[in-house]
Design a binder for this molecule. Sequence first.
Ligand SMILES: NC(=O)c1ccc[n+]([C@@H]2O[C@H](COP(=O)([O-])OP(=O)(O)OC[C@H]3O[C@@H](n4cnc5c(N)ncnc54)[C@H](OP(=O)(O)O)[C@@H]3O)[C@@H](O)[C@H]2O)c1
Length: 258
Amino acid sequence: MSKFSKPKTILITGATGGIGEALALFYAAPGVTLILHGRNAAKLAEVVAGATAKGARVLPQSLDVRDIAALMAWVGAACEAEPVDLVIACAGVNANIGVEGGGEAWADIDALLDINVKAAMATINAALPSMRRRGAGQLVLMSSLAAYFGLPLTPSYSASKAAVKAYAEALRGWLQPEGIRVNVVMPGYVDSKMSREMPGPKPFMWTPEKAARVIARRLASNWPRISFPFPLNFGCWGLSALRPSVSTWILQRLHYGG
Ligand SMILES: NC(=O)c1ccc[n+]([C@@H]2O[C@H](COP(=O)([O-])OP(=O)(O)OC[C@H]3O[C@@H](n4cnc5c(N)ncnc54)[C@H](OP(=O)(O)O)[C@@H]3O)[C@@H](O)[C@H]2O)c1
C-alpha cells in the first residue's frame, strides 16, 4: 500500500503517443484533472474524449515541444492555475542509423536532442517553481533501457535517454528534502508508433496499457527507477557493468550491432 495519496491533477506531455495515452486513460477518473499535451490535434481530441468519458476533467494543449518558450509558458501557467501533483514528461522521438547502417542525419539528431533532452528538462523546470512553493509534487522523466549502454542502432537516442536518466537521478537527490519526488522510467519495448518504426529485434514487447499500469503502480510507491521488463532490464543493466568491449561483442551477436 502506498503512503502517498493518489494524484488528482496530472500533466502529461506526449499524451497522443502509445505510452502517454495509456497513462492518461489509466489515471482518468471522476475527481481527476488531466492536463494533456500532444502535437497531433485530431489524436489529442480522441484522447480527451476517452478520458472525459471515464469522468476526468481534461485541459488539452497542442504545441510542438521544440518551441521551448511556448512549452515552458504553458507548463508554468498550468502549474500555477492548478495544484499539479504529477508531471510526466513523456513526449519523445527516436532515430536510428538505418537498416543499411548509413547513419543518422544531423537534422534528425538536432531535433531529437531538442525534443528528448531540452524539452523534457524544460517541462520539469517550468513545473518546479509551483511545486517547490507547495513543498509537494512528483516529476517523472521518460528514459529507456537504451540509457544503460549505448546501442549501436540508435546512438543519439541512447545518448538522449542517458542524459534524461542522469538528470532525473540528480534532481531526486536535490529535491527529495523539499518533499518533491522525482522518478525515471526506463521501458524496454512497448508497442507504439515509435517502437514499430525501430529496426532490430524487439523481445519482451509490452502493450502500452500494461506499461501504464506498472509505471503508475511504481510511481505511487515512489520507485526511484522504474525499469522493465525483467529479463531485458537485467540484460541491459549487465551491459553497463561488463567491460565495454564485451558488451559491444554481445550486442553484435544479438543483432543490435548496426
Ligand atoms: N515505445 C517504446 O518501446 C519505448 C521504449 C523506451 C522509452 N520510450 C519512451 O517513452 C516515451 C513515449 O514513447 P511512445 O512509445 O509512446 O512513442 P510514440 O507513440 O511515438 O509517442 C511519442 C509522443 O511524443 C510526442 N512528440 C514527439 N515529437 C514531438 C514534438 N516535436 N512536439 C510535441 N510532441 C511531440 C508525440 O506527439 P504527436 O504524435 O501528437 O506528434 C507523441 O505524443 C518517449 O519518450 C520514448 O522515448 C518508449
